[in-house]
Write a protein that binds this ligand. Structure first.
Ligand SMILES: Cc1cc2nc3c(=O)[nH]c(=O)nc-3n(C[C@H](O)[C@H](O)[C@H](O)COP(=O)(O)OP(=O)(O)OC[C@H]3O[C@@H](n4cnc5c(N)ncnc54)[C@H](O)[C@@H]3O)c2cc1C
Length: 320
């Protein structure tokens, strides 16, 4: 095979030849519509993967062609540069979009919920609530997938993936193997884990506990209400910066203290409703969002001495 990224068509054709009919291959695939920012350019190649075997084959093809690979979940923590990304994006297909909740779990009984990596977090929370399985209500406010949540150690409302995870199956693309990981192997920290672009989560088991469906439903709706009251809608990726001292110094409070709500650069604006959210205008520019992230970081560092780390996954920017 003689495929390089300069010849995307050849690599795409090689993928089509090698992968099963369950997978779909796209060249110059727009990514903005696959992210909650809804701005940014295209990936050179995007493959909707239909099976673990196809995932392994694609990884091998990209390694041979020396093409960088990255997985995209629901794109709710990802910003793609306007010029796009010169790499191959993996999107997990229907085989990884499963939610299996045990039947007849008694109140107070501990149980495990089996989920695919492409399963939507709010959907897991709602399906569990309807079946009287609690403890995962907090997922309802986070518009991502299990794969993205494990990489980011997503959390909120007093819990996070570190607490919820019993175990997961992770494909190591470099070694071409699928392995069972225990929570300790993720080395979860505040909004981070050991997962890199060489890892693709396939499935996971989450800890849950039986409870009264009405009580679970009430907690869940309380979280939805809190989000509606305290966070903006529109095009964003949730909180942009990690709290510099978790549970003590909040990034939002530092930004607020400097009066940066409403600060605008081109088509990007610091939310007037939540200082740690940066909004993109409809049909706006990802590069404007990135410039505003940099500007806020600069001002906070200059005025307070705190260096803010962005939790947003950047694709296609020089420092991605
Ligand atoms: C309105 C709003 C509110 C939010 N609130 C919260 C919140 O309260 N708490 C919080 O933690 N986050 C929050 N977020 C951020 C975001 O939803 C989470 O980080 C979420 O877990 C990201 O999941 P995703 O599938 O969208 O990931 P993506 O953005 O698609 O990807 C994020 C990272 O995960 C990797 N990834 C994706 N899938 C896989 C996989 N299968 N295997 C390996 N790696 C993978 C990607 O390569 C990338 O590095 C919010 C976002 C929005 C838009």
């Amino acid at each position: 095979m003689n495929t390089r990224l300069d010849d995307v068509a050849a690599l795409a054709q090689e993928c089509r030849n090698r992968l099963s009919s369950m997978s779909s291959v796209y060249e110059h695939a727009p990514l903005g519509s696959r992210t909650t920012y809804r701005v940014g350019g295209a990936a050179a190649l995007l493959v909707e993967i239909g099976s673990v075997e196809d995932l392994m084959s694609m990884a091998q093809l990209c390694a041979t062609a020396e093409v960088p690979v990255s997985t995209l979940g629901n794109g709710s923590n990802t910003l793609v540069a306007d010029r796009g990304w010169r790499g191959a994006i993996i999107v997990l297909g229907a085989f990884a979009d499963v939610i299996e909740i045990p039947e007849g779990v008694g109140r107070g009984d501990h149980t495990l919920v089996h989920v695919g990596a492409a399963a939507s977090l709010p959907m897991i929370a709602r399906r569990c609530a309807a079946q009287g399985v609690g403890g995962l209500e907090w997922l309802v406010g986070i518009p991502g997938t299990i794969g993205g949540a494990l990489r980011m150690n997503a959390g909120g409302h007093g819990s996070d993936m570190n607490e919820a995870l019993e175990g997961a199956v992770v494909v190591d693309l470099a070694r071409g193997v699928a392995e069972s990981w225990k929570p300790g192997e993720f080395a979860f920290d505040f909004r981070s884990s050991t997962l890199t672009d060489e890892h693709v989560v396939i499935e996971a088991q989450l800890r849950a506990v039986g409870d009264d469906p009405d009580a679970i439903g009430a907690r869940l709706e309380g979280i939805v209400r809190w989000r509606r009251d305290n966070q903006p809608g529109g095009q964003n990726c949730g909180s942009v910066f990690v709290n510099p001292v978790p549970h003590e110094v909040s990034a939002g409070a530092l930004i607020d203290q400097l009066g940066l709500r409403g600060l605008r650069l081109g088509s990007a604006e610091v939310s007037t409703k939540h200082a740690n959210f940066i909004q993109a205008d409809p049909a706006g520019s990802a590069d404007d969002v990135k410039s505003l992230i940099d500007e806020v970081r600069r001002r906070v560092e200059r005025e307070t001495g705190y260096h803010l780390r962005s939790e947003v996954r950047l694709l296609g920017f020089e420092d991605d």
